[in-house]
Design a protein around this ligand. Structure first.
Ligand code: NDP
Ligand code: PYC
Length: 341
């Protein structure tokens, strides 16, 4: 038996982690372009301590690619449909390369029309959503994105799961500081965090999910084994989750979370759905004052006692990672090195 505890940690430079992940993606069937985008995304999540969507996800990406459920070589097709509207067919590939392919056109349109929509369909999203919106705020724009996932959430008042965990992410510039960014599942917990809790043998707080008989449970494994998650905040989170299904799937031409059948692809983990991104240029309504107004709001929130803004923990972790390297466990690093061979 190894004397090394499972929790022993390793530190790796961000660029080295990105390069390692890129090798894994290429080794398991992605094109260089797709591998670069996904590696940057996943390494960024690990760097920022967004652990439910960091290197923890790599075995899921690999098993999905092996199952031929997702096309790692897909070349997205970008369609310029209106003055403020871009549509992308991700061709059964990942959503992030589709966003990358349409990004320049999207920003041009947001700047010229004041607002632009990017509707991605036929896409797989297996990652955190904040990396998709935060860069817009870095350019002075406001961005909102939604993506639907896979059936595992019971709509409020219903008896069976239907919705996905369906996150909403928002980013806005803030004068003199990092942008304001939030990114949250509309379920009581992200599915990834349920998996992590099950792996660690930890109980969940009350009110997260139900077992396969619909009874409330704190056991994450019971949620994974035929049970389901609940929306956050009862009927309110449920309404937001419904909105995500409508915007990310119905509006884009993608699948609802309940519409795809991956049963013939053992190992498939990535939801085949859609994603919507709305980008607004605040300069169109308030000149260059928006970022200062954001700062005013934050100051007032702090004045009434706020200790932590959404996104702040991640930015702190990012700073730490820049100084000491990105943290992961030795076991994770060895697993990644094995997958890259
Ligand atoms: P959390 O509940 O951990 O966090 C949600 C937001 O609240 C974050 O912006 C976080 O900021 C902020 N926050 C958390 N705690 C506090 C606090 N005490 N005070 C102030 N702000 C706080 O996220 P979720 O578990 O809901 O989601 C985790 C990830 O899972 C997301 O990145 C999401 O995109 C991803 N996901 C992806 C899906 C997909 O289909 N691709 C599906 C579902 C989820 P901070 O980040 O700084 O902690
Ligand atoms: O954590 O809920 C989640 C999730 C679903 C798809 C990717 N992440």
């Amino acid at each position: 038996m190894s004397a090394r505890p499972d929790t022993a940690v390793a530190q790796i430079a961000f660029a080295d982690l990105q390069a390692l992940l890129q090798r894994i993606f290429v080794r398991h069937g992605c094109s260089e372009v797709v591998a670069r985008v996904l590696a940057f995304n996943c390494a960024s999540a690990q760097r920022d301590g967004a652990h439910s969507h960091g290197v923890f996800r790599i075995p899921g990406y690999v098993s999905t690619l092996a199952s031929h459920w997702v096309n790692g070589q897909a070349v997205p097709e970008v369609e310029d449909v209106a003055s403020g509207y871009v549509r992308v067919d991700a061709k059964g590939g990942f959503a992030q390369p589709a966003l990358a392919a349409a990004r320049t056109l999207l920003v041009e349109k947001a700047r010229s029309a004041g607002i632009a929509v990017l509707a991605i369909h036929n896409s797989h999203h297996f990652a955190a959503l904040w990396p998709d919106v935060e860069p817009f705020a870095d350019e002075g724009l406001v961005a909102l994105s939604v993506v639907n996932s896979m059936t595992c959430v019971v709509p409020h008042g219903a008896q069976q799961p239907l919705f996905g965990t369906n996150p909403i992410a928002f980013a806005a510039p803030c004068a003199g500081s990092d942008p304001i960014v939030f990114d949250m599942a509309t379920s009581a917990m992200a599915h990834g965090d349920v998996q992590i809790a099950a792996r660690k043998g930890e109980l969940l707080p009350e009110g997260m999910g139900v077992d396969n008989k619909g009874e409330p449970t704190r056991d994450p494994q019971a949620i994974l084994d035929g049970g389901a998650l609940l929306p956050f905040g009862g009927h309110k989170g449920s309404a937001l989750s419904m909105m995500v299904e409508l915007l990310a799937a119905a509006l884009t031409g993608g699948n609802f979370s309940f519409e795809f059948d991956w049963s013939q692809h053992p190992g498939a983990k990535t939801p085949w759905t859609g994603q919507l991104i709305i980008v607004i240029d605040p300069a169109r309504s308030v000149g260059n004052r928006f970022a200062e107004r954001s700062r005013d709001l934050v100051r007032q929130m702090q004045a009434v006692g706020l200790q932590r803004l959404p996104g702040e923990r991640r930015f702190r972790e990012r700073e730490q990672s820049a100084k000491q390297g990105v943290t992961l466990t030795v076991a994770e690093l060895e697993q990644l090195q094995g997958l890259a061979q």
